[in-house]
Design a protein around this ligand. Structure first.
Ligand SMILES: Nc1ncnc2c1ncn2[C@@H]1O[C@H](COP(=O)(O)OP(=O)(O)OP(=O)(O)O)[C@@H](O)[C@H]1O
Ligand SMILES: [Mg+2]
Length: 253
């Protein structure tokens, strides 16, 4: 088991109970997709796994170790094994693609050399390797904000890869992209999952993408898991359970 989440609760300071006892396991090599209506707790769940937010109660075990309350060096070490990709790419716009990707290895490089933007040759090598996995080595000297949205997301994916993570979390990574670009970016996640063996947990909105890429699906509704199974098993009835009676499926190809 790579990840075991047990009875996870998150109550935000304003009283919102965003996760209400969420439990699930993730095996190595899975491509798990989390779905659910806006506000159902998907982002809260992903952020609780890599401790961008502190869960209120429950446990997160990663590679057999309880990481729910670890701090300092121990937490940094675990975080370097869990990559994260965001909807809005979160690149440093005015910096080159290469520098953006190099910052993914900062956990391993001392702060002084990174301040002067001096990185060891091995860091450049792993950055180039990561850029080639997402097919944009030739963009490495360009400013990040001169790239298209899909290309910027591929840079963000490359940045998450330089640490060679065991687990890659992606929070709506294609929500800002058009349908064709969404598919192409999803294909890179699939490639990383299949060729590098990286386990992926990804929040997605469109069911057609879920059916195409997920090996397993979890659906959240108001902070609870209401579905866990194969993407192919989400029929009309499940769809209405997950998204409500009024909902209708929108296609994205
Ligand atoms: N920082 C916060 N403080 C208070 N409440 C929050 C905070 N972040 C999220 N929430 C609330 O927690 C609940 C779950 O939010 P979350 O962002 O996890 O949902 P989501 O499924 O990711 O939604 P979306 O599909 O819109 O991204 C919502 O009711 C939201 O308003
Ligand atoms: Mg969200």
């Amino acid at each position: 088991m790579l990840l075991r989440v047990q009875k996870l609760h998150k109550i935000y300071p304003n009283g919102t109970h965003a996760l209400k006892g969420v439990s699930f396991d993730v095996k190595e090599g899975e491509f798990l997709v989390v779905i659910g209506l806006s506000g159902s707790g998907k982002t809260t769940l992903l952020r609780s796994i890599n401790r961008l937010i502190e869960p209120t109660s429950g446990t997160v075990e990663f590679m057999g170790k309880d990481i729910t309350h670890i701090k300092g060096d121990e937490l940094r070490k675990i975080k370097s094994q869990i990559g994260m990709v965001f909807q809005q790419f979160n690149l440093v716009k005015r910096r080159s693609v290469m520098l953006n990707v190099l910052t993914g290895s900062l956990g391993r490089i001392n702060t002084i050399s990174s301040l002067f933007e001096k990185f060891p040759e091995e860091a450049y090598e792993s950055a180039r390797r990561a850029l080639s996995i997402v097919g944009i080595e030739e963009k490495s000297d360009l400013r990040a904000d001169t790239l298209s949205g899909g290309q910027q997301q591929r840079v963000a994916i490359a940045r998450s890869l330089v640490q060679n993570p065991k687990l890659l979390l992606a929070d709506e990574p294609v929500a800002s992209l058009d349908p064709a670009t969404s598919n192409s970016v999803m294909q890179y996640f699939e490639k990383i999952n299949k060729e590098l063996g990286t386990t992926i947990i990804c929040n997605l909105h469109f069911l057609s993408l879920v059916r195409k890429y997920a090996t397993r699906v979890i659906a959240l509704k108001a902070g609870l898991i209401v579905y866990e199974g194969l993407p192919s098993e989400i029929d009309e009835t499940w769809f209405k359970t997950i998204y409500g009676e009024e909902a209708e499926e929108v296609q994205i190809q």
